[in-house]
Design a protein around this ligand. Structure first.
Ligand code: HEC
Length: 147
């Protein structure tokens, strides 16, 4: 009896591992020669529609490009393996208000939504810069259906 259930367990394990490997190799970009991670490292994570920017959003775009885009990517679309898109429902106004952006820039962020690691405090950004960055992010969010 014990031997039978051990066999059953092994069979399940083999099926599970085999099935996983099969799914992995049958997904484009997941073959051993072309691992998904390397292929997509640094790639944008979101498709972002960029509307015409005016006023404070223009200033925010410049500040964002200078201080945030290195990680969060062009148009805040995120970068695979580096940092998340801010054009994402997680960061909608009702969930991450301006205060969350001010706190993130000043004190950094302990990773909690993603697996990219922590965000460090960002040097040389004033609260005014962050206010403009938030204006820019909100315009992009709205243009992409995130309210
Ligand atoms: C060195 C890379 C890096 C830079 C530069 C960076 N960030 Fe981040 N940021 C991250 C990562 C990684 C996360 C995701 C943390 C997590 O897993 O929740 C994050 C998360 C955030 C969040 C979410 C905060 C929360 O409460 O969940 C905000 C807002 C944010 N960043 C704004 C900014 C702004 C604004 C700038 C520029 C002033 C900036 N980031 C620059 C890496 C970076």
């Amino acid at each position: 009896m014990a031997a039978k259930s051990t066999f059953a367990l092994i069979a399940v394990a083999v099926l599970a591992v085999g099935g996983y490997a099969y799914l992995n190799t049958s997904t484009p970009g997941m073959t051993p020669e072309e691992p998904l991670k390397d292929a997509q490292y640094g790639e944008p994570m979101a498709k972002v529609i960029v509307p015409e920017l005016t006023g404070r959003a223009v200033i925010g775009e410049a500040a964002f490009n200078a201080k945030c885009a290195v990680c969060h990517g062009q148009n805040a679309a995120g970068q695979e393996g580096i940092a998340p898109p801010l054009i994402h429902k997680f960061y909608r106004p009702g969930h991450h208000g301006e205060e969350a952006f001010q706190r993130a820039a000043k004190g950094g962020v302990i990773s909690h939504h993603w697996t990219f690691g922590n965000m460090p405090p960002i040097e040389g950004v004033t609260p005014g810069d962050v206010k403009a960055i938030v204006a820019y992010i909100r315009v992009l969010q709205q243009a992409n259906g995130i309210n």
